[in-house]
Write a protein that binds this ligand. Structure first.
Ligand SMILES: Cc1cc2nc3c(=O)[nH]c(=O)nc-3n(C[C@H](O)[C@H](O)[C@H](O)COP(=O)(O)OP(=O)(O)OC[C@H]3O[C@@H](n4cnc5c(N)ncnc54)[C@H](O)[C@@H]3O)c2cc1C
Length: 464
């Protein structure tokens, strides 16, 4: 396999695509390959800034002719192993959003961020099933399963996909759905990458214009008390109440609200889709726990959905690991607080538990490869990337090993990021689902043009 691309061949590709074709050293190359996770530095042999499906077909055909592996990047929020020496298709120019208010659907281009869908759907009183950060790419998130802020109320984003357009390894555009190329449609909804380049997707929207939502920020010293109270509370709340708790070590920087800067905090995030007075009554036991450093919960338009989790908006350097949990009982809380709570630093900068169940547990009419319907909670951990002085021996894996008694045995693909987390992608699936994914891959990408970590035989090198 070639690891460099002759400039003449790249010039030929430049004539066939509308977007930029960039080689290492050329102006714009570094900007085009950069993503949100600074811990992953991709050094592709060339980058194609696709403007539409025709550009993607040309890029995929070129890669096949030159035996170059292909990876896709929208925002780089889910960056895993770098596609060094291959061809990187960037999709940020494919940013069309078309809302059909009557059908309650949106057709989104491959490079669309959730914030763009939120803005376009809001005038119709509709909302997409986006996650905590509106800056994440709609397509990459949904291909990985998509755990929305309104998860218990409406379920996985992947369950709301109506159809997917993609370019497969043969260089053809296909429209797949429940009745067309059903095997690919199954694999893409949860199996994410390794099957082709998705050029657009039709997704369902939900009728939500406003929420009772925001965050309760408690001092880090209250971690044990707050987490015990929260986990008991999750046993009583209806499906209209969505929540999570994060143990945070916040930096002392301008982007962090003044009362929280440089502190350890416990951040309870809530998003209630029912009436505000009902939401306030449900939240009362948590507010009664004591003084908050900050309390932002109130009625907000759906367009302010990013305020619920307050995820960072500037690029960061991190590794992310996850474990899906069957249960989160008192001893599980103690185990988590001991390792990630207010005691001496273990290198874990965020430990987040999300309350699952509700609609997430129900089978949709057309299930996909996503398979976490048995999970009652999700646990994800952020650490500095392995290899930095701060990181030390993987504190995240040490903690996850201790949490195994409560685990389902599987991880959530979307919560495996960075150099270390992405290598665990195969652990997101049951053996049966992995075998079925491998069969779909063999049928549609027999030459392995689209490497994917979770679809490689064990011990056979890297993928993205
Ligand atoms: C701050 C933050 C908050 C998050 N919150 C949530 C959350 O609430 N719920 C949740 O489920 N996830 C969440 N995630 C995880 C996020 O959904 C994944 O990282 C997702 O993969 C990001 O997609 P992207 O396209 O933005 O990123 P990218 O890094 O550009 O892409 C991620 C992966 O998707 C593949 N991909 C992207 N576009 C295409 C395409 N067109 N065709 C084929 N493959 C493609 C890429 O190959 C890559 O493997 C969060 C991540 C961050 C950093």
């Amino acid at each position: 396999m070639e690891t460099t691309t002759p400039a003449a061949a790249a010039a030929d590709l430049t004539r066939r695509v509308r977007g930029p074709v960039l080689l290492p050293g050329q102006r714009g190359y570094d900007q085009e390959r950069a993503g949100f996770n600074l811990a992953v530095e991709q050094r592709p042999a060339l980058v194609v800034g696709a403007t539409g499906a025709a550009d993607v077909r040309a890029a995929v055909g070129f890669a096949a002719d030159h035996a170059l592996p292909v990876a896709v990047q929208a925002t780089g929020h889910g960056a895993g192993r770098p596609i060094d020496g291959g061809l990187l298709v960037t999709t940020r120019r494919m940013a069309d959003v078309h809302v059909d208010a009557t059908a309650r659907t949106a057709r989104v281009g491959a490079g669309v961020r959730w914030s763009q869908v939120v803005e376009r759907a809001a005038p119709f009183g509709l909302a997409p099933l986006n996650g905590s950060s509106p800056l994440v790419g709609a397509v990459g998130y949904t291909l990985g399963g998509g755990l929305p802020v309104l998860s218990r109320t409406f379920g996985w984003a992947a369950d709301h996909v109506r159809g997917i357009d993609l370019v497969t390894a043969d260089g053809r555009s296909r429209s797949v759905g429940p009745d067309r190329d059903a095997d690919l449609f199954w694999a893409l909804r949860g199996g994410r990458n390794g099957f082709g380049v998705v050029t657009s997707m039709e997704i369902g929207l939900v009728p939500v214009a406003e929420l009772y939502g925001g965050g309760l920020h408690f001092p880090g010293e209250q971690a044990s008390r707050v987490l015990h109270a929260w986990r008991e509370w999750t046993g009583e709340v209806p499906e209209t109440m969505n929540s999570s708790v994060a143990l945070l070590r916040l930096p002392d920087t301008d982007g962090v609200p003044a009362p929280l800067r440089g502190r350890r905090t416990v951040h309870v995030r809530v998003a209630h889709t029912g009436p505000a007075d009902e939401g306030a009554a449900l939240l009362r036991p948590l507010r009664d726990l004591g003084p908050r450093l900050l309390d932002t919960v109130g009625t907000i338009p759906y367009t302010a959905i990013g305020a619920v989790h307050q995820d960072p908006t500037l690029p960061q350097s991190y590794d992310e690991r996850s474990l899906m949990l069957r249960a989160f009982d008192g001893p599980a809380v103690d185990t988590l607080v001991e390792a990630a709570g207010p005691g001496p630093g273990t290198g874990i900068v965020m430990a987040e538990v999300r309350h699952l169940g509700g609609a997430l547990g129900r089978e949709p009419r057309h299930p996909g490869a996503l398979d976490h319907r048995d999970a009652a909670f999700s646990l994800s951990l952020l650490t500095p990337p392995a290899g930095t002085a701060e990181a030390g021996p993987s504190p995240a894996e040490e903690l996850l090993a201790r949490m195994e008694p409560w685990g389902t045995g599987r991880r959530f693909l979307n919560f495996l990021g960075g150099p270390g987390g992405s290598g665990l992608a195969h652990e997101a699936f049951t053996p049966e689902a992995l075998a079925r994914l491998a069969a779909v891959k063999a049928a549609h990408d027999p030459g392995g043009l689209f490497p994917a970590a979770h679809l490689l035989p064990a011990g056979s090198g890297s993928g993205s």
